[in-house]
Design a binder for this molecule. Structure first.
Ligand SMILES: Nc1ncnc2c1ncn2[C@@H]1O[C@H](COP(=O)(O)OP(=O)(O)OP(=O)(O)O)[C@@H](O)[C@H]1O
Ligand SMILES: [Mg+2]
Length: 346
């Protein structure tokens, strides 16, 4: 199985079955009992609409597992429907999971631990930018470098990939969430209107060419629902300002490269993946700032999990170490038989 533990969505691809999980990384917890009452899209519908004793939490943050225990429970709930077919697999299940570029031992350990609840034979770690590149069709033996910008929910990973490895990269703590927060704050400050949970995202995705954009929210003074017409160019400015750290990050990565690489990359351009790459105008902003061609990959949100799935397909399973030999129910025997770096995680 290939696993992308995104801060906003979890995507799990199982060989021969395809994408079996593509759900918001959310768990609704009853704080009186500590029980999980809902996960994924059901928990997402609860956001802002549940009584005080239920908290909707995000166990993953910035590409890392922030709450291992909750993440384990959430993953177990999400794959429960698929566990039976997985358990029938004779040699146990191997998982390949993406971890952020440059992540340290604690982050990597947390990713493995979160998955250990699924009863896997083995967990292998791959740097997400490498997976993203493969998901964009780059071969792991390709010598020509590609520059990837994965603009997710909480982070943007910027990396130059060649020969299936990261040559240079950085992680910026800005993604779609920060952009949505900035929009929410702008509408509140300018119009006295509190947007709904999905309001800012809706603005991001539908921002067109018209001069104003109609929004509905809660009037903070009266408490009533009210409409407002928000100036489109002001929204674009807000988005542009949120992106400054990303532009700085791209500059920092380029400055650290040789002139040969920079000239190569300038000709080839950079490729954008991740959900926030779909925000209209984001590519134009980066193009204007870097003078490089910028291409948003089709279905940008699925590139990492697709790449992981391709990597797992291209690499035959190793012989199982330990006695993880065929058991009718691997889940009960070996939580994680072995941790191995699939590609180097620099
Ligand atoms: N149709 C959409 N539905 C949901 N989010 C969208 C959509 N289009 C764009 N987005 C943006 O994509 C972001 C999520 O992107 P993505 O799914 O790549 O994040 P992630 O992989 O979960 O997060 P990260 O990589 O930071 O861990 C959201 O914050 C949102 O701003
Ligand atoms: Mg991601």
């Amino acid at each position: 199985m290939a696993v992308d533990l995104g801060a906003s969505r979890i995507r799990i691809h199982v060989r021969d079955e395809g994408l079996v999980v593509d759900e918001p990384s959310l768990a609704a917890v009853d704080t009186r009992t500590g029980d999980i009452v809902a996960v994924g899209s059901v928990a997402a519908r609860m956001l802002g609409r549940v009584p005080g004793h239920i908290r909707v939490e995000r166990p993953l943050a910035s590409g890392t597992v922030a709450d291992v225990d909750l993440a384990q429970q959430m993953l177990r709930h999400m794959v429960s429907r698929h566990v039976l077919p997985l358990r029938r697999r004779k040699r146990g299940v191997r998982a390949v999971v993406g971890v952020p570029y440059g992540s340290g031992p604690l982050t990597r350990k947390a990713a493995v631990e979160a998955l250990s609840a699924l009863g896997l034979r083995r967990v292998e770690l791959v740097a997400s930018p490498v997976a993203a590149a493969v998901g964009c069709g780059v071969e792991t033996d390709q010598a020509e470098p590609v520059m990837l910008v994965d603009c997710g929910a909480t982070t943007t990973q910027i990396a130059v990939v060649a020969f299936g490895d990261v040559i240079a990269g950085t992680v910026v703590p800005v993604g779609g969430d920060a952009i949505e927060r900035a929009i929410t704050e702008h509408v509140l400050a300018r119009h006295g209107l509190e947007l709904t949970s999905g309001g800012a995202r809706d603005i991001c995705l539908r921002l067109g060419g018209a001069d104003t954009f109609p929004v509905t929210g809660k009037d903070v003074r009266s408490g009533w629902a009210r409409n407002a017409a928000v100036d489109t160019s002001a929204l674009r400015t807000v988005i542009g300002v949120s992106l400054v750290p990303v532009l700085d990050g791209i500059g920092a990565v380029l400055r650290g490269l040789s002139a040969d690489l920079v000239v190569d990359l300038a000709a080839r351009g950079l490729t954008m993946v991740g959900g926030a790459a779909d925000i209209p105008g984001i590519d134009a902003t980066i193009r204007a700032a870097t003078a490089m061609p910028v291409r948003v990959q089709p279905d940008p949100r699925g590139r990492v999990v697709d790449g992981l799935a391709r990597l797992i397909d291209s690499k035959p399973p190793k012989r199982p170490v330990e006695k993880a030999a065929p058991s009718e129910n691997p889940a009960e025997h070996s939580p994680v038989a072995e941790i191995e770096d699939f590609a180097s995680v620099a």
